[in-house]
Design a protein around this ligand. Structure first.
Ligand code: BG6
Length: 478
């Protein structure tokens, strides 16, 4: 692994505190950081380095998955420098450039620079252009840019943003974070088929009845109304996380493939995703909004009563859809996706439902292969077994749990990949563009309110219309 400088924009923000510092620390403990590296944190307020280092230390004590150890802690903290930074001020870039060059000389780091933008969306292009203008991005070593979501707010703004980033970084140098791709079980999907050849023969369109992808949450809008009321579930969860899960599930990888080959397959899947035509939106899409209800026996308010949300808001907090991938592997197999806030339980999972033998349809529960992604992780297989007392078939779940005490977190896996230049589990531009392209007619329909907004009580499973979406095809959600 090559020595490098990690430049973190937004170093005083929540993500840095909760996820990034702990992730870096755990990588450090596991010996997964380069021999020589420095981390330069940037934020709007001034702090001397030692105050910044003590903030990093507090974050580790509060959020690190491994207990903070005395040994090595000072060595780790000493890697952190701080620089006051204003994205609109040329002098800020000059100071930053000097700091980077000084630390490269001091630590003998060969100009490899990793820039992480954990900043408000409107600053992403400003900072990228500033890196270019100031010469910071012209380096003798490699350079990479990690960007957080959202990547644009529709097809047009995503394309504009990408063009701006491309003026400074090539596509191979841009790492678009989708933290769902960092979840260990999602990373397993890519290798599942070739690592388990017996499943290769059953993950076949002659045997699969449908695929169901769920990402439900118990939390509501929390303190993010300003962002969420404009984004809705469709931008917040569907355009990125759910469509990435569709791509990862639809991959057929009977043998190990390179990052480039996987990307190509994901793009092919998105290109085969049947567009939702205006006349079919009401048939294939369900949108909903939570009303007052109860979560874990505690009363909670409805979406429009949440602080910061407009009382007449028609924003979607729930989304379900029927999708079709028109390629030889998946033709005729519906994919159903759903996501919602204030659902009765937190669950992220992918369920593959197999076809029943027609003769037994009434009596047998279909076989299921389930990938549990969160909050628990594991794979389970539902098979029917005869109950000797009743002589009836009953469904039985065989669970393979992969949870270990010291499971790395998504950000750890993703940072490690970015540092060593492996972009397999990052969203590449073509995937992002095709996702926006697919979503675009829905954004329009949502904005024009040409689709019903189904209310559902907080704590429920979501609107009844989402059940009807599957019942129309003689299926149920699992
Ligand atoms: C984020 C969304 O990307 O994902 C949040 O902005 C959502 O609204 C979160 O709560 C869900 O992530 P996870 O990992 O808890 O399923």
């Amino acid at each position: 692994m090559q020595d490098m400088t990690f430049v973190l924009f937004g170093a005083t923000g929540d993500l840095a505190k909760r996820k990034l510092f702990p992730a870096l620390y755990n990588l450090f403990l596991d010996g997964k950081l380069p021999d020589s590296f420095s981390i330069i944190g940037l934020g709007r307020n001034y702090f001397p380095d030692d105050i910044f280092q003590s903030k990093v230390e507090s974050a580790l004590r509060e959020y690190s998955r491994s207990t903070v150890q005395t040994t090595g802690l000072n060595e780790f903290l000493a890697k952190f420098r701080y620089c006051k930074f204003d994205a609109a001020d040329d002098d800020s870039y000059l100071n930053l450039h000097e700091l980077i060059k000084d630390s490269e000389i001091e630590l003998n780091i060969p100009g490899n620079r990793l820039f992480y933008l954990s900043v408000a969306p409107q600053l992403v292009d400003v900072i990228t252009l500033g890196l270019n203008k100031s010469g910071i991005s012209q380096t003798k070593g490699w350079k990479r840019l990690i960007v957080e979501k959202p990547f644009g707010s529709d097809l047009k703004t995503a394309r504009q943003l990408n063009e701006t980033l491309n003026s400074t970084f090539s596509d191979e140098e841009i790492y678009r974070i989708d933290h769902y791709l960092g979840k260990p079980m999602v990373q397993n999907l890519e290798s599942f088929e070739f690592a388990n050849p017996i499943f290769g023969s059953i993950l076949d369109h002659k045997r699969i009845a449908n695929i169901q992808i769920t990402a439900s949450e118990t939390v509501g809008v929390e303190t993010r109304a300003e962002y969420y009321d404009r984004a809705g579930a469709i931008r917040d969860m569907v355009q990125n996380h759910l469509l990435q899960l569709v791509m990862m599930t639809a991959l057929h990888l009977p043998e190990k493939m390179t990052a480039e080959e996987i990307r190509k397959q994901k793009v092919t899947i998105m290109e085969s995703l049947r567009p939702i035509y205006i006349e079919n939106i009401a048939r294939d899409i369900v949108r909903g909004q939570y009303q007052a209800g109860e979560i874990f026996d505690t009363p909670v308010v409805g979406y429009t009563e949440e602080p910061g949300v407009d009382a007449s808001s028609m924003n979607d907090t729930y989304f379900a859809a029927r999708l079709h991938i028109d390629n030889p592997s998946w033709s005729g197999i519906p994919f159903y996706i759903r996501t919602g806030k204030r659902i009765g339980r937190k669950s992220t999972k992918i369920v593959i439902e197999f076809k029943n033998d027609v003769k037994h349809t009434d009596r047998l529960t279909p076989n299921l292969l389930i990938f549990e992604i969160s909050p628990s992780e594991g794979i389970s297989l539902m098979i029917n077994m005869k109950n000797p007392s009743s002589n009836q078939f009953e469904p039985n779940f065989i669970n393979f749990s992969t949870i270990t005490e010291d499971q790395p977190e998504a950000y750890e896996l993703l940072l490690f990949d970015a540092i060593r230049g492996n972009a397999t589990f990052f969203a590449n531009w073509k995937e992002v563009e095709l996702s926006w392209l697919w979503i675009q007619p829905l954004l329009k329909a949502f904005q024009e309110n040409s689709l019903p907004l189904h209310p559902y009580p907080a704590g429920s499973d979501g609107p009844e219309a989402a059940n009807q979406l599957l019942q129309a095809d003689q299926f149920n959600w699992w």
